[in-house]
Design a protein around this ligand. Structure first.
Ligand SMILES: NC(=O)c1ccc[n+]([C@@H]2O[C@H](COP(=O)([O-])OP(=O)(O)OC[C@H]3O[C@@H](n4cnc5c(N)ncnc54)[C@H](OP(=O)(O)O)[C@@H]3O)[C@@H](O)[C@H]2O)c1
Length: 331
């Protein structure tokens, strides 16, 4: 096996591609049922291939996804960069998923829970999952910095924050990673966030690089989505928008045919081509798909193919339902 490429993150050594673990326990219910044994095999396969960044959050499940990751990495802890997140569960206020809370009190409770479930004494990359409008970012990052000083956390990250808050956070404690949805059909970070991240020397983690599975071409109709699947209620997958958005997938497929690879590999290769300081974390709970996705590292799209992909039209429908806790800042 060739040595896994490394990402160009200024502060953290990590593989060029990570593995998103959320769908192993939560959110998506289509295609394959929850299967912890296959999920653990998928994580082990990732580590065997040199993919060391595993992405989870206390809210995935909640809790069971961190537990699964903890089980999977037991005995292999030194091969893994564990990334997890706090901030959308309020422990002092009933542990309900969906209460934004980045207060010092909540962070101190959250980190100890995550450490326990992950069966480790340190988290490599600890993210604020969503901003808390009631807690100044300086206060949040101040406490996150204390966790670094205490050895519980190695690096700090922020998910879905806008530039003003990035600057303020970074002034309190160096931020190592910013995580955003970034893919062929979600290009928002390009305007301001990517240039700022580069100016400040912060790496970017691209979540949902497969457009939550849509860009792979495997979901052809809404009926392919299980009734309990989060995507059923998402505007980009709605009855009104589905067919229009499918024309984007058809284009991705055409480029994939041209390149002799799969649509999933094209979607990942396009993100990889946007810079070696951007690490995609495609999510899968299946070994065969992990292999397919990792092989995207060997795909070299031509300038013409990249131009075609970058010129794809924007999808119809917002990526989050406005007003839910998960709605990113500014949307
Ligand atoms: N910071 C945040 O707010 C945030 C939000 C969402 C997600 N995330 C993180 O980002 C990670 C990745 O995002 P995501 O999982 O939401 O979306 P994604 O990576 O764009 O797509 C995942 C979906 O694609 C399917 N899939 C994966 N590889 C495939 C392939 N080769 N062919 C066909 N289908 C394939 C998966 O199904 P199978 O599992 O059945 O293969 C799953 O349904 C998550 O796991 C999570 O860790 C972070």
């Amino acid at each position: 096996m060739a040595r896994m490429e490394r990402a160009a993150f200024p502060r953290l050594d990590l593989s060029r591609l990570g593995l998103g673990c959320m769908g192993m326990s939560a959110v998506y219910a289509t295609d394959s049922p929850r299967d912890d044994a296959e999920s653990i095999r998928t994580i082990h396969r990732a580590l065997d291939l040199g993919v060391d960044l595993l992405d989870t959050a206390e809210s995935y499940g909640p809790y069971i996804n961190e537990e699964l990751v903890g089980r999977a990495v037991a005995g292999r802890r030194d091969q893994v960069v564990i990334a997890t997140k706090f901030g959308v569960i309020s422990h002092p206020h009933g542990d309900k998923v969906g209460t934004l809370d980045s207060s010092p009190e909540n962070i101190r409770l959250a980190v100890d829970g995550s450490l326990k479930r992950l069966r480790t004494d340190h988290i490599d990359l600890y993210y604020q999952h969503r901003i808390d409008p009631d807690t100044p970012i300086e206060e949040t990052v101040g406490v996150m910095g204390e966790l670094v000083a205490a050895g519980k956390v190695r690096h700090l990250g922020l998910s879905e924050v806008l530039p003003d808050r990035i600057r303020r956070a970074h002034a309190v404690h160096p931020i190592t990673a910013l995580q955003y949805e970034y893919s062929l059909w979600t290009r928002n970070p390009e305007a301001e966030v990517l240039p700022l991240a580069r100016r400040l020397g912060i790496g970017v983690v691209a979540y949902a690089p497969l457009g939550r599975g849509f860009l792979t071409g495997r979901i052809r109709t809404r009926e392919d989505l299980d009734a309990s699947d989060w995507r059923r209620g998402n505007a980009r997958f709605s009855a009104e928008n589905f067919d229009q958005n499918m024309t984007i997938v058809d284009e991705v497929k055409a480029v994939a045919e041209d390149a002799g690879v799969t649509p999933a590999q094209v979607a990942i290769a396009w993100v990889l081509a946007q810079g070696d300081d951007i690490v995609p974390i495609p999510g899968t709970k299946q070994v065969a798909r992990l292999d397919e996705n990792v092989a995207a590292l060997d795909v070299r799209l031509t300038p013409e193919q990249l131009r075609r992909l970058s010129g794809l039209r924007t999808p119809v429908g917002s990526r989050y339902e406005t007003g839910t806790y998960a709605t990113p800042e500014g949307e």
